[in-house]
Design a binder for this molecule. Structure first.
Ligand code: CA
Length: 365
């Protein structure tokens, strides 16, 4: 008896389960089915979409919306979104019916777009990459997918997300089109023949300070990009930093650390050259990062082989007292630079310091 009750109870539960899992829109006629050209609809209020049901051989279809305030449907399957919300469109052919879920929202129109490079100014070197940032107005506008183009992909290639890769010297217009709105910016790539910088570009502008590692002296080798009176690399690190950056032509330079921490073993008469591009003409304050136990050293900053700015370390007013403890010595020189390319030579008159870097800050016209 107990077993019979159990069996009956199980049967009832199975029946309940079957009923709960049964979709009211399921095919009610065995062996027949219908389908619709769209499984679901995401619409903006005011949009119209044509639904098409098949097969037509089974007779006429009837169309019905479960909430006419969200969407209406006409006898031929034309759906019009009327208000924000969600509902179902039910299409039936005889006893067979299926539903098409509809989601409708009020469209936020796009007024405008802005695009800007993630660095300013938009001046680069071959091998650099950058990103053009797109901003929608309003930010939540319902906008189509942006389309990016470059007038010269051999100079600057842009991908589908606005990422730029630079290949060769020149300029290129980068255009972003979103629907009917279009904006263009120009990027400049400086020719590596003219700008032989290492880890460049070194661009001086009002936008912010430009810090150049001492170890990032130009490409070109002894007598061109630097002079080192000792042909060996005294650091014992076999030029690992320069080699990793693609330069195997600086055998004598004493770069300490594979991260290019500084140039050491400096000697009188040695020099390094740094090619820079000045975007904003004007006065630039120069800071030097050095480690010195003595303050006896002094250097010249020579611009374009002509204007010489003498920098005695004794005037720095403090010293690090250690060869490996670096400090920034600020405002040791002011360079007047016109727009464009300039070569700055760091000429060492007396040793007694390790040099870590040069920093340039625009201070006025
Ligand atoms: Ca050397």
């Amino acid at each position: 008896m107990k077993n019979n009750v159990l069996v009956i109870s199980l049967g009832f539960l199975l029946l309940l389960g079957g009923m709960a899992g049964c979709d009211e829109y399921e095919n009610k006629e065995a062996g027949r089915n219908i389908s619709v050209n769209q499984p679901s609809l995401n619409m903006f209020v005011g949009d119209t979409v044509q639904l098409v049901a098949s097969p037509s051989s089974g007779g006429a279809f009837t169309w019905q919306s479960e909430d006419g305030e969200v969407a209406t449907v006409s006898g031929d399957g034309t759906v019009i979104a009327k208000g924000a919300g969600a509902t179902d469109i039910v299409v039936a052919q005889g006893e067979v019916r299926i539903k098409v879920p509809v989601s409708a929202k009020v469209k936020v129109p796009l007024n405008d777009i802005t695009i800007a490079c993630d660095v300013y100014p938009a001046i680069f070197a071959p091998g650099n990459t950058s990103l053009v940032v797109l901003t929608l107005d309003p930010p939540d506008a319902d906008a189509p997918v942006p389309v990016w183009t470059s007038t010269d992909p051999q100079v600057a290639l842009v991908n589908a997300t606005g990422e730029l890769t630079f290949f060769a010297g020149g300029t290129s217009d980068i255009t972003c089109r979103v629907g009917s709105v279009e904006k263009t910016i120009q990027v400049t790539v400086l020719d590596s023949q003219d700008y032989p910088w290492f880890n460049g570009p070194h661009i001086l502008s009002k936008a912010g300070t430009c810090t150049v590692k001492a170890a990032d002296f130009d490409l070109g080798g002894e007598g061109v990009a630097y002079h080192d009176s000792d042909a060996d690399d005294s650091s014992g690190q076999d030029r690992c930093y320069r080699k990793a950056g693609g330069d195997s032509n600086s055998p004598g330079m004493d770069v300490e650390g594979c991260a290019g921490r500084n140039i050491g073993w400096t000697g009188a008469g040695e020099w390094m050259r740094y090619t820079v591009y000045v975007y904003h003409a004007g006065q630039y304050q120069v800071d030097i990062e050095a480690a010195t136990p003595t303050l006896n050293g002094n250097v010249d900053l020579i611009v374009d082989n002509s204007a010489t700015h003498h920098v005695p370390f004794s005037g720095f007013g403090s010293q690090t007292n250690e060869w490996g403890v670096f400090a920034w010595y600020n405002n040791v020189a002011t360079l007047t630079l016109t727009e464009g390319k300039h070569e700055i030579i760091y000429y060492i008159h007396a040793a007694d310091h390790n040099v870590g870097g040069l920093r340039f800050t625009w201070t006025g016209e």
